[in-house]
Design a protein around this ligand. Structure first.
Ligand code: ADP
Length: 395
C-alpha cells in the first residue's frame, strides 16, 4: 500500500512516499517558501533530483504540484494508489496519546488546541486540508509530537504554579520530539527483545531527553513548549524566569523581543555566537574560549538530565541512546557527555565513538564492554514513524 508521510510547516512541506509494509521509499522531497513569490521544490525521481522554482501561493498549490509530479514521473499510475496520508502535528494537547485517523471531529479538536502551538498546528492543518481537497478518498492520519509523552504522570507534568492555570488554560508539561523518542524506543525494543528502560538524548538543533520505563515515557525535558529543558542550538532551555522581566526593563523592550532572543539568540548561539554543532566542533578543536565554555555548559545540562533520569528509573537503565543530527554524528559532544558520567561507571570506547557516525551509515554501541550501562548511537526517522503509525491505523 502506498502512503505519504507529510511534515508541513508555515512555509514548507516535506514529503516521502512509502510502499508499506515494506517501508520502501518511492520518492521524497520538499517545498520551500510557500506563500511567497520565490517558491521552490525538489523531488527525487529514481536517481535524479528535480529542482524547480515556482509560485507557491499556498499549501494547496504545493500539494497540487506534488501530486502532478507523482503521476507525470510515473511514481504512481494514478492518485487512487495513494491510500493514506500521515501528517506530523506538533501539538495534540491533553487529548491525544496516540496517532489517530483525522475525522471532522478530530480536525476541529486539533484546531481548538492551536493556541498551544500557534506557529505549528495551523500550518500542519493547512497541509491536511490541502490533501483532503486534492485526494478525498485517501485516509488522513494525525501523528502528534506530544502523544508519546502523554504517559507522564501528573506529579511530573504539572508545574508548581496556580493549579487553576492548568484547569483553565491547560498549562502543563507536554514534551516534544515524541515521534523520534518513540522510534528509538521501538528500535531498542527490537534490539533488546524486551520493553526497555532507556534514557534517550535527541540532540538536534532543538534537543530533548526522555526517560523511558518498560517502553513507556515517564519524563521528558521539554515542557509546555519546546523552549524548556536543556540548552539547545539557539534556545536557552530552562532559565530563571525573572531574567525576562529584568532584561525587558533594562533594555526597554517588549515580550516579543525577549521571546525572540530566548528562542533564536540563546543556547549555543548565545554563548558561542554560533549554533551549528559542526562549526562549534571546529572552533572547539581550535580551542576558541567562548566555544569551549559553551560546550562545557551544553554537555553539563545533558549530564544533569541523564543523572536525574538514572534516579527516576531506579538505577535500572538498559541503555543510553544518542540520536538526531548531533547525537548521531557528533563524537565530541558524546565524548564530553560520557566522560562526565564516570561516577555512574559508564565508560566510552574512544575508537568506537569516533567510528560510529550515522551520516556514514554506522550505528551501534560506543561504550566499553565494562561500562555499567551501554551507550548506543542510533539513527532516528520521524518520517518512517509517521508512515508506520499511519499504516497501522489504515492498513
Ligand atoms: P533539527 O531537526 O532540530 O534541525 P537535526 O536532527 O536535523 O535537528 O540536527 C541538526 C543538528 O545536527 C545541527 O546542530 C547540526 O550541526 C548537527 N549535525 C549534523 N551533522 C553533523 C555532523 N556531521 N557533526 C556534528 N553535528 C552535526
Amino acid at each position: 500500500m502506498k502512503l505519504l508521510s507529510i511534515n508541513a510547516g508555515s512555509s514548507t512541506l516535506k514529503f516521502r512516499l512509502y510502499d508499506m509494509p515494506e517501508e520502501k521509499i518511492l520518492t521524497k522531497g520538499n517545498f520551500e517558501c510557500i506563500g511567497s513569490n520565490n517558491g521552490e521544490y525538489t523531488i527525487r525521481v529514481g536517481d535524479r533530483k528535480i529542482h524547480k522554482e515556482v509560485l507557491l501561493s499556498d499549501h494547496n498549490a504545493a500539494v497540487g504540484i506534488l501530486l502532478e509530479e507523482l503521476v507525470s514521473n510515473k511514481i504512481v499510475k494514478s492518485l487512487d494508489e495513494i491510500e493514506a496520508v500521515g501528517h506530523r502535528i506538533v501539538h495534540g494537547g491533553n487529548k491525544y496519546s496516540k496517532s489517530v485517523e483525522i475525522t471532522s471531529r478530530v480536525l476541529k479538536e486539533i484546531e481548538s488546541i492551536s493556541d498551544l502551538a500557534p506557529l505549528h498546528n495551523p500550518a500542519a492543518l493547512n497541509g491536511v486540508r490541502a490533501f483532503m481537497n486534492a485526494i478525498p478518498n485517501a485516509k488522513m492520519v494525525a501523528c502528534f509530537d506530544t502523544a508519546f509523552h502523554q504517559t507522564i504522570k501528573e506529579a511530573d507534568y504539572l508545574y508548581p504554579i496556580p493549579y487553576e492555570w492548568y484547569v483553565k488554560y491547560d498549562v502543563r508539561k507536554y514534551g516534544f520530539h515524541g515521534l523520534s523518542h518513540k522510534f528509538i524506543t521501538e528500535k531498542m525494543t527490537s534490539i533488546l527483545k524486551r520493553k526497555p528502560n532507556l534514557i534517550i538524548c535527541h540532540i538536534g538543533n532543538g534537543a530533548s531527553i526522555s526517560a523511558i520505563k518498560e517502553g513507556v515515557c515517564v519524563d521528558t525535558s521539554m515542557g509546555f513548549t519546546p523552549n524548556a529543558g536543556i540548552m539547545m542550538g539557539t534556545r536557552s532551555g530552562d532559565i530563571d524566569y525573572s531574567i525576562i522581566s529584568y532584561i525587558m526593563k533594562k533594555e526597554e523592550r517588549n515580550l516579543e523581543w525577549i521571546d525572540n532572543k530566548l528562542n533564536k539568540a540563546s543556547g549555543l548561539q548565545g554563548i558561542a555566537g554560533m549554533n551549528d554543532l559542526r562549526d562549534i566542533d571546529r572552533a572547539y578543536l581550535a580551542n576558541e574560549q567562548k566555544v569551549v565554555l559553551a560546550i562545557e555548559m551544553y554537555t553539563e545540562k545533558i549530564v544533569n538530565y541523564i543523572a536525574k533520569y538514572f534516579v527516576k528509573l531506579g538505577g535500572r537503565v538498559d541503555a543510553i541512546c544518542f540520536t538526531a543530527g548531533g547525537g548521531e554524528n557528533d563524537d565530541i559532544i558524546r565524548k564530553e557527555v560520557i566522560n562526565k558520567l564516570y561516577p555512574l561507571g559508564i565508560t566510552l570506547d574512544d575508537i568506537k565513538n569516533k567510528e560510529t557516525i550515522v551520516r556514514k551509515g554506522i550505528e551501534g554501541v560506543i561504550s566499553t564492554s565494562e561500562s555499567t550501562i551501554p551507550v548506543y548511537v542510533l539513527a532516528t526517522d520521524e518520517e518512517l514513524m509517521i508512515a508506520r503509525d499511519t499504516y497501522n491505523i489504515v492498513g
